[in-house]
Design a protein around this ligand. Structure first.
Ligand SMILES: Nc1ncnc2c1ncn2[C@@H]1O[C@H](COP(=O)(O)OP(=O)(O)O)[C@@H](O)[C@H]1O
Ligand code: SF4
Ligand SMILES: [Mg+2]
Length: 400
């Protein structure tokens, strides 16, 4: 029986880079769970903290970065603060990562075969019977049971495994391919090899950080299809990190939308695509081509620049770019609400709409926005909100 609730459970994770200019709060209170065999997407613009979230899970944050708060549990076991020796048993073995650019992860002076065999031998051990040197017979313990020791997999066996891994990721003529160097492969082939590298230990979780960003659309679709197939064959869970909602639509079960180090909306993929509630998610969806778009329809980019991490706004970080921004958005961070059992969002516009549709009472509204008596919060007077608060508009324009 399973002893844990979720395969991976990230709770209120904070990861910062402390640099001379100040603290960069790259991941600022991220929580999510991942269950066996699921494909979770993390989507957001460049700089939203997706890779730092992945590196935090892998515990490979480089100086001056540091996990400053929160918890990451793998099969119920806390990874934050785990001794390095124990972490090494998990990193690469149980949780592995593939990076965006294969050329930065592969060594150009070694053959693909060499690098795959190395990776397999680093992480794969087998059991071998222990021979008693005096008697030259197999050793037995007090109860008469055979004694085993763990030994690294042999080069021959590692090579056989490397071959089967390359076949699994759709590379043919493997004997010949193993002798080739990275520069002799195309971008798509290299990404397949990176996937093979990530899979050699048959991890429980594979994190793919922008695995298809450098590839053209056709090759991208092939790689995503491959990941899906492998997931079905091997049964592991996958986290796909991307800035591209198209990738999410093709492969994921669930999606977390990230903005300025926080998850602003999350849910089943269909919920996020067909029933988005956060203004940032709505903006992302308008900026990608969709099947229903007619020829000549214009895509609408999200205006403004991604948030300045040194000057995070007090309230919702998306406020300076949000056409629906209200005064309260500038001073308070929106609470996280369940839209339904498969969907959560953090947006005051959603809360306002719930109130206008009479789905929540005035008391609930006030609880959500925690209005203090003296506070001049625009949502208190919903009719004023409907006319859009002029002042917050001005501020938002000024901020952009
Ligand atoms: N080594 C570093 N030093 C300082 N800031 C960093 C470092 N690495 C990442 N950051 C900052 O953390 C934020 C999130 O980065 P990242 O997770 O790489 O974003 P992305 O969503 O594009 O993957 C960015 O603002 C970035 O500038
Ligand atoms: S909380 Fe306010 S500023 Fe933020 S996305 Fe929602 S409406 Fe826009
Ligand atoms: Mg990144």
């Amino acid at each position: 029986m399973k002893k844990y609730n979720h395969l991976l459970e990230v709770k209120d994770l904070h990861t910062s880079f402390i640099i001379p200019a100040g603290e960069v709060k790259s991941v600022n209170g991220v929580s999510f769970t991942l269950d066996d065999g699921k494909i979770l997407g993390i989507v957001g613009e460049s700089g939203s903290g997706k890779s730092v979230t992945a590196y935090s899970i892998m515990q490979i944050i480089s100086n001056p970065g540091k996990i400053v708060g929160g918890s990451i549990k793998y099969k119920g076991e806390e990874l934050v603060g785990m001794p390095e020796k124990k972490l090494e048993e998990i990193r690469g073995n149980k949780i592995s990562i593939i990076f965006q650019d294969p050329m930065t992860s592969l060594n150009p002076v070694y053959t693909i075969g060499n690098q795959l065999v190395e990776a397999i031998r680093l992480h794969t051990f087998t059991k071998e019977l222990v021979v008693d040197k005096k008697t030259n017979k197999f050793k037995k313990d007090q109860n008469g049971n055979a004694v085993y020791k763990e030994v690294r997999i042999s080069k021959k066996d590692a090579k056989a495994k490397a071959k089967s891994m390359l076949e699994l990721v759709g590379i043919n003529e493997v004997d010949h391919r193993l002798k080739q160097y990275p520069f002799e492969f195309s971008g798509g082939m290299l990404q397949r090899i990176m996937i093979a590298m990530g899979l050699v230990c048959e991890p429980d979780i594979l994190i793919a950080d922008e695995p298809t960003t450098a590839l053209d659309v056709t090759i991208q679709a092939q790689i995503l299809e491959l990941l899906k197939e492998i997931q079905k064959k091997m049964g592991m869970a996958i986290i796909i990190i991307t800035h591209d909602l198209g990738v999410i639509a093709q492969i994921c079960d669930e999606v977390d939308v990230m903005y300025a180090g926080k998850i602003v909306e999350k849910g089943l993929v269909d919920e996020i695509f067909y029933n988005p509630q956060h203004e940032y998610t709505k903006g992302l969806l308008k900026s990608i081509p969709r099947d229903k778009d007619k020829k000549g329809d214009r895509l609408i980019p999200i205006e403004g620049n991604p948030v300045d991490v040194f000057a995070l706004p007090k309230g919702c970080a998306f406020a300076p770019r949000c056409a629906e921004c209200m005064k309260i958005c500038l001073s308070k961070y929106p609470p996280n609400l369940n839209v339904n059992s498969a969907h959560e969002t953090s947006c005051f516009k959603y809360i306002q709409q719930q109130y206008l549709d009479e789905k929540i009472s005035k008391e609930q509204l006030e609880k959500y926005i925690e209005i203090e008596k003296s506070e001049d919060a625009c949502m208190h007077d919903v009719s004023a909100c409907m006319q859009k608060d002029k002042k917050s508009k001005e501020v938002s324009k000024w901020r952009i």
